[in-house]
Design a protein around this ligand. Structure first.
Ligand SMILES: [Zn+2]
Length: 301
């Protein structure tokens, strides 16, 4: 119940190889819709190499997740700590300053849409330089923003209330890999952008050092995280959707997560335990250079 089998989103192939399994969290502090005890296979397409969950949550289960009023109020982080993201507003907004600076280096102004904007942390971090608005599917989240000055539209992307070519910039921060159809979403972004408009994506990098060493212990895996891109595959996606990739960055140094000495020591220690001594216990990766990627691309047609 709650799962569906899918074809490869990029090449439509049916055959794939199971890499390993991840597990739902049974933690009772999680909101009910986020709790479970199933193992979910992480698979790689035998034809194009795309990595995704299969079988994965069906639409009913995804709806339950994103429409859960507790979504941003009571979840558990990879270390097992209780978090209320809604109560961490100033921290979360300041965390996005790094993304705003990265965008500023490429485009300093313009009409901007943030897809899957959540509580609007990125929109708030942007300040007044951009004519910015967001789109968010979660009704409880848009309700929380009702009295906020941020412009947030409630809709389930790729469905949206905007016209073709209406935007100079579209951003998706840790959103594309959560959508059931990322290819369709990129076509929709292309249509929303004017020619030469900019797409900015933040994504987990499945080709990272931490992903390779920790496998199922890579901290950025999760049951609602339906796809895992590599730099090569996201470039193929963007090219097919009509984009020209400008650059790929790997945010870590200079972010608040960076602790290079401690993280490098942990990775070496864990590498030894996992691959030399071959301990069976799953270890959770620390944040590290390469684990996240930030991509800028231009609509060319
Ligand atoms: Zn494929």
């Amino acid at each position: 119940m709650g799962f569906e089998h899918v074809l490869c989103n990029f090449c439509n192939a049916e055959d794939h190889t199971v890499l390993f399994e991840i597990f739902e969290s049974p933690d009772e502090r999680q909101p009910p819709a986020w709790r479970g005890s199933s193992a979910i296979p992480v698979v790689r397409c035998n034809h194009c190499g795309l990595v995704f969950l299969n079988p994965r949550y069906d639409d009913e289960r995804l709806t339950a997740l994103y429409q859960d009023p507790q979504m941003f109020k009571g979840t558990i982080d990879p270390e097992g700590n209780s978090r209320s993201i809604a109560n961490e507003r100033s921290l979360r907004v300041s965390r996005f300053q790094h993304e705003v600076s990265a965008l500023h280096r490429i485009r300093k102004k313009g009409r901007l849409l943030d897809v899957g904007c959540g509580l609007g942390f990125f929109l708030e971090a942007l300040g007044d330089d951009y004519d910015a608005m967001g789109i968010e599917w979660s009704h409880p989240v848009t309700e929380m923003l009702k009295n906020s000055p941020l412009r947030v539209f409630e809709d389930r992307f790729p469905h949206n209330p905007f016209g073709k070519g209406e935007f100079d910039i579209v951003t998706l921060h840790s959103v594309l890999d959560h959508l059931p159809d990322p290819m369709g979403a990129l076509y929709a972004v292309r249509d929303l952008l004017r020619i030469n408009g900019l797409i900015m994506l933040s994504l987990v990098n499945f080709n990272s050092i931490a992903s390779k060493i920790y496998r199922e212990g890579f901290r950025l895996l999760g049951p609602n995280h339906l796809y895992y891109f590599t730099p090569t595959l996201i470039q193929r996606y963007l090219t097919r959707a009509g984009f020209h990739v400008l650059k790929i960055e790997y945010p870590y140094f200079g972010t608040e997560f960076a602790d290079p000495v401690r993280h490098t020591i942990k990775i070496i220690t864990d590498f030894w335990a996992l691959h030399m001594v071959r301990q069976k216990k799953v270890r959770i990766s620390p944040p590290f250079y390469g684990s996240m990627m930030r991509i800028f691309a231009l609509r060319y047609s």
